[in-house]
Ligand binder design. Sequence first.
Ligand code: SAH
Length: 470
Amino acid sequence: MPHCDAKKQGCGGCPLLMTPYPEQLAQKQQRINRLMAPFGKPRPILGMEDPWHYRNKAIATFTRRGGQLAAGIYQEGTHRVVPARECLLVSRQLNQALEAAVWAAEKCGYQPYQEDRGRGLVRHIQARHAFATGQVLVSLVTAGPFLPGGRKFARLLRQKAPFVESVVQNINPGHTSAVLGRQEKLLYGSGRIRDELCGKSFLLSSRSFYQINPAQTRQLYELARQAADCKEGETVIDAYCGAGTIGLIAGQGAGKLLGVELNRDAVADAIRNARYNKAQNARFYCADASDWMAEMAARGEKADLVFMDPPRQGSSPKFLNSLLALAPERVVYISCGPESLARDLGILTRGGYRVREIWPVDMFPHTEHIETVVLLSRETNPLTVEVRMEVETGEVKEHPTYKRIQEYVQEKYGFKVHTAYIAEVKRMVGLDMHKAPNAVEQRKHEYHPCPPEKVEAIKDALRHFGLIAE
Ligand code: SAH
């Protein structure tokens, strides 16, 4: 079994490291069989052939050890940094990139940030590795915006790790356990790397959401694609869509692909990914998935197929009841929390769906997590199923992206822009407008076209949010 020096000191990253891999798989199989017993018999769990160095993202926190700059991992449940030079979960290139980054930071004389005193400069390093192209993106997270010798840092780092394609400085001044802040400065390259997955290309920035085990993600998405069996012309929803990967891969051929996601950076990535992969049928919405589904249901819309991939705590009764009202023929539930999955399947099966397949996938070897793909299909005529809807009444809320655009323009240019102007500019630049829930078919007032300075400001905002190219 490979050796891990952090294990002795207990970084806590791999609680099952001492359990042989076949035994880990057997334990996970038992757990999923037990939880899924009311719904059907799961298929054998899909394990990894080589369950080491599978992660495409690594994060290390700066500290000082023996007078020298070092970086390591927080010990589980604490803010004590345990040095981990050769993590067994992250790819070898990432270990190399982290080591090179620490060396370059030491050469540049950077001081580690001390959380308790609020002093020092460098907080963390994050490195992402696009396995398919070999490109690596390194983000140096600093407490303040000023980074003396930032370009030198990038140059030194690339001397030791020439495969690093891009280097960014991420500024995180907050007293927070979140690793990344919102603001970034480019130190080298484009700030993005490109990966390929199931025949599609995806651009990743430091803040993009992306599955962390590429080999198993391929298996997971192939299963989702097979389960979905998406047919031409169908309306497909990708709920909790992140950067849009599942819908774009497994919903290929759909007539209409509608993605919904709460994180606006992920939505911007999804829009960019759809354009990059020439998926003209795709629309992505930044909203709470439960509210969005309830609004769809309240408008009496229909869908043929719904992918749902909620966070570990699962979905909500509001989402599930709206799903029952939308009555898609098939639902593909992708879950990283088997307990919440069992709870949600209970609601869907009571609402007239039947579980057809359960495929567990080992996305996170040496940890206790289990990923599962479940295919459900509608058993009863939706009209005969009693559905308890909890749709809020009152005015439908405005699409949050508009609000963000208005805030951005107000902050940068100091003037307000009407949503009608935003809609006009979106149309002007070829961003197809979805049927907004609050769209007015007939104008109440005479309409004046958007003034040129506002057109420019809105275009700038659209560029900022990644809705149009730079
Ligand atoms: N399907 C994507 C991401 C799955 S992770 C993929 O395979 O890569 C779960 C996603 O749900 C995250 O991107 C998270 O931001 C999003 N999310 C969490 N709560 C949400 C909510 N209430 N509404 C919409 N999206 C939500």
